[in-house]
Ligand binder design. Structure first.
Ligand code: TYD
Ligand code: MG
Length: 426
């Protein structure tokens, strides 16, 4: 029997070491190095039946490279296409990360069921029956969608060679394992090896691969950071599980901008694309209440109206509480200090709670003014008129600064029936 070979890997950055040590010298994290079993048989080609002789690439003049017109597989899901920059690029690897239960499998199954191409959905997490049950809920039957419940990459590639799908979905990368590495599925060395096999396959056959990735408790994609470097596109599916809205963002995109977001609503029959987010993020209450203010923010290229709610009350305990949902609490403290020092409002002994409705998080400084509006509205108990919408950054000396994309913001606000007042142009 061959001698079992082991190596030590940092679970944070993926660096490998010959022996154990307390701190990773690459990312400086402590206690992240664990032993993993590896077998350094030279990694085989994904396509075992027709192993190619390794070709030596030659340098080519850039002017002589033919620029192929980018062809993309356009899905029926407009929000998904938008985030990717127009569709899935052939031969690309896309990684979709997100918390458990947020709807990653639902999103990709729904897209797979609607694709007019032959799709192979590989699941290592659910049985074929479970997937069928979910599919029955979300979309009509498809003749082009194939389900494979398998976790070994060599078996998956065998089926791929037989079926020749136009696109492959893997749910999830943490469940895959390859014969050439001995450690358990989900370990750093397995993730790295299976991903590189998939990359080789995708680049050689021009078949796009979409991977689902779990995220760890810090909110990063579980596995080595290298995984994010290896793939072409990293998407993140986020939202509050207690709310129905989900946001799809791109964190990295080799074929498009990372400014686009897609908004979805989780319904009983799958995810619905939300094409007019402003309409849903604003409450439809007829009755006006103090503490609410509307802001217009720009997420990527898209302006949207959001509602900010604030509650300011006298602190019951010695230290006043400041809490913010969907907004940076440090920035909230900064705005409170500005209001106290520059505008003379006595907020130092008050509890301040802030919430952005719809369960979304915003870090656009242009909503500062609406935050201030909501806080003062609650503090003074004065209602902010429904047709007023704020956009402005608040500086440390209490000045209101101009914000970018003001024309887009104004036209979105007007579309939703708000007045224009006190606009600062850049
Ligand atoms: P799932 O796609 O399994 O999440 P992930 O793959 O990210 O772990 O989504 C699971 C949640 O979505 C589950 O809590 C139920 C909910 N859901 C709906 O609300 N409607 C639906 O049509 C489906 C399929 C799921
Ligand atoms: Mg899942």
């Amino acid at each position: 029997m061959a001698k079992v070979k082991t190596s030590y890997f940092c679970q944070n950055c993926g660096a490998s070491y010959a022996k154990w040590q307390g701190q990773c010298t690459s990312c400086h994290e402590w206690n992240t190095i664990v032993e993993e079993v590896i077998q350094k048989n030279e990694p085989k080609h994904w396509n075992t039946s027709s192993e190619k002789k390794s070709r030596i690439a030659k340098p080519v003049k850039i002017s002589e490279i033919e620029s192929s017109q980018e062809r993309r597989l356009v899905t029926l899901n407009k929000e998904f296409n938008r985030v990717l920059g127009g569709g899935i690029v052939p031969g690309s690897l896309t990684l979709l990360g997100g918390e458990p239960g947020i709807g990653k499998s639902t999103l990709l199954l729904q897209i797979a069921l609607q694709l007019p191409f032959k799709t192979l959905y590989v699941s290592g997490e659910e049985s074929a029956q479970q997937i069928k049950m979910r599919a029955d809920r979300i979309a009509p039957n498809s003749e082009l969608c194939y389900i494979l419940t398998e976790t070994k990459t060599q078996h998956i590639f065998k089926q791929i060679q037989k079926e020749q799908p136009d696109i492959v979905v893997i749910d999830s990368i943490q469940t895959l394992h390859t014969d050439y590495v001995d450690s358990s599925a989900g370990s750093i060395s397995q993730i790295r090896e299976t991903t590189s096999e998939l990359i080789k396959f995708a680049k050689e056959t021009h078949t796009p691969v979409v991977l689902i990735g779990h995220i760890n408790k810090e909110g990063n994609i579980a596995g080595p950071k290298i995984l994010e470097h290896m793939v072409d596109t990293v998407l993140q599916f986020e939202g509050d599980r207690n709310h129905v809205y989900r946001i799809l963002r791109s964190l990295k995109n080799r074929f498009g901008s990372t400014h686009e977001i897609g908004i979805f609503e989780m319904l009983g029959n799958g995810l619905r694309e939300v094409s007019n987010p402003s309409e849903i993020l604003i409450s439809k209450n007829k009755e006006l209440l103090s503490g609410n203010a509307i802001a217009v923010t720009v997420e990527g290229m898209r302006p949207l109206l959001i509602e900010i709610q604030s509650l300011v009350s006298t602190a019951v305990y010695g230290t006043p509480q400041r809490s913010a949902t969907g907004y940076n609490v440090k920035r909230l403290n900064m705005l409170l200090a500005v209001l106290e020092k520059r505008a003379g409002f006595r907020l130092g002994a008050k509890d301040v709670f802030l919430n952005i409705t719809g369960g979304i998080s915003v870090d656009d400084p242009a909503i500062d003014l609406a935050v201030v509006g909501a806080i003062l509205s609650s503090n003074e108990d004065i209602v902010v008129e429904k047709d007023i919408c704020f956009a402005g950054e608040v500086g440390l000396s209490g000045e209101i600064r101009a914000v970018n994309k003001i024309d887009q913001r104004i036209s979105e606000a007007e579309k939703e029936g708000r007045r224009q007042e006190g606009v600062l142009q850049n």
